[in-house]
Design a protein around this ligand. Structure first.
Ligand SMILES: *[C@@H]1O[C@H](CO)[C@@H](O)[C@H](O)[C@H]1NC(C)=O
Length: 228
């Protein structure tokens, strides 16, 4: 009996130390995950992840950030004719977030390509068509609305951004939508600044802004889309 009780104690102690270690690891991991994501994000607005990394960075808990994930199949052999366009649009959204004044570790734009070790991730979520978009909230379960309805809303940057803002609760950001290359050259949203009192992104005089926008759009021969 004594031996038996001692045995129980050892098991209990072992159990607690494992639990303790795990929770400590959990919080360490969050910090290192966030800094790893920020590091990747400093180089690319859209972070491409394999299935393993998808599980480690998007699905593991605890989390304090939202992930928007585009599941896609860019390899030409897959025959996804819209995937390339969808990728360009997604990049526009990710870039405009990445270089907005509201950018923080609250939201990351991720991509999982079925041909870049993405098969498992596709299977886990029962994804059979590409592109498919999911939002993974920081807390709680995913809701039906956390899957973007591509057929109803299209993969264009504007409706996609509206959905992202709605799902993640990040402030709607004012942005000029231009190519990724151009963003890399500019490194920052050109015509917006933060109001020091409210913290909201505000624009410098609507008339002036409209004029600059116009010139800017004409100059770049590109689309400009503003939210709100
Ligand atoms: C999330 O947690 C990490 C680690 O504690 C912290 O560095 C980061 O600022 C937090 N992010 C947000 C959006 O609160």
């Amino acid at each position: 009996m004594v031996v038996y009780i001692r045995g129980l104690w050892i098991i209990a102690i072992a159990f607690w130390s494992v639990l303790g270690e795990r929770s400590e690891k959990g919080s360490n991991k969050l910090e290192s995950r966030v800094s790893q994501l920020l590091e990747w994000n400093s180089r690319r607005s859209v972070i491409t992840l394999s299935s393993d990394k998808f599980n480690a960075y998007v699905r593991s808990k605890p989390r304090n950030y939202s992930s928007v994930v585009m599941f896609t199949a860019l390899k030409p052999g897959r025959g996804c004719s819209i995937c390339k366009d969808a990728y360009d649009e997604y990049q526009i959204v990710a870039n405009s977030w990445r270089y907005s004044n509201d950018y923080s570790s609250k939201l990351f734009f991720i991509m999982v390509d079925i041909d870049e070790d993405g098969v498992d991730a596709f299977q886990q979520l029962h994804i059979t068509t590409a592109p498919t978009y999911f939002h993974f909230p920081p807390l709680g379960k995913r809701k039906p609305e956390d899957q973007y309805d591509v057929s109803r809303n299209s993969y264009q940057a504007e409706p996609l951004t509206k959905w992202v803002v709605e799902r993640t609760g990040v402030p709607a950001w004012i942005f000029v939508m231009i190519s990724g290359q151009m963003w890399n050259n500019i490194r920052g949203p050109p015509f917006a600044h933060k109001d020091p009192h409210t913290g909201a992104t505000v624009s410098i005089g609507l008339v002036l802004l409209t004029f600059i926008r116009y010139l800017h759009c004409v100059y770049l021969h590109h689309r400009c889309i503003w939210l709100r």
